[in-house]
Structure formats: C-alpha cells, structure tokens
Ligand binder design. Structure first.
Ligand code: FES
Length: 109
C-alpha cells in the first residue's frame, strides 16, 4: 500500500524545467525529461542539505543540470548523478512517481 501525494500541474511543467514540492517536512525536486516526470529528494549527498531554498531556481545557468546552491555541485536531471563538484559520482535519491487517471503522484511505501 502506497501513500500518494499529487504533484500539482506536473503535465504543465515545461520540458527540462524543475520545481520544488513539499510533502510533509520533506522537499522534492520534480523535473520533466523527454516527457517523463522524474522526482528526487531535495538533499545534496555532499552535506545532506536541500540543494536550494524554495524560491530559487534549481537549474544551472544553461538549464541543463540541477545545481546545489551551497558548493555548486551539478546533477544530471535524468538520473541524479553528480557530474561535477565535491560529491562527484554520488547520486540524488530518486523518488517514486506514479500515474493515476492522468495525474502524477509521489508514492511512498
Ligand atoms: S552541500 Fe551540495 S555541494 Fe555542498
């Protein structure tokens, strides 16, 4: 049995963009990559802090990578792997995304 939390307006998220959503006391980064909604826990593996604060853009200047605002680590938005920075090679934790009746949800066991 899963608990599910609606990702509001997920289908309206522009390709390659990212947003923050908060579920209870945790924040998640939600992106759309090649039409697929992907979500990660918003915790940088370097120091286990959120990559950003809620109103800041999470993308780098070119919009290609998720960027941690603390020490500049860059993460692939498709698999969460850190490609450069102090935690290079480590990975953001992926969250489970499910679809039901055309809506996207974060799923928790
Ligand atoms: S806390 Fe993210 S790069 Fe240091």
């Amino acid at each position: 049995m899963f608990n599910k939390y609606l990702i509001p307006n997920a289908h309206d998220l522009p390709e390659g963009k990212a947003l923050n959503i908060t579920v209870e006391q945790s924040t998640f980064l939600v992106t759309k990559q090649q039409g697929q909604i992907i979500a990660f826990e918003n915790l940088c593996p370097h120091q286990n802090k959120p990559l950003n604060w809620s109103s800041e853009s999470i993308l780098d200047d070119e919009g290609d990578y998720l960027q941690c605002h603390h020490h500049g680590a860059l993460f692939s938005p498709s698999d969460g792997v850190c490609i450069t920075g102090p935690c290079q090679g480590s990975q953001l934790k992926k969250a489970t995304v499910g679809m039901e009746q055309g809506n996207c949800y974060l799923l928790f066991a």
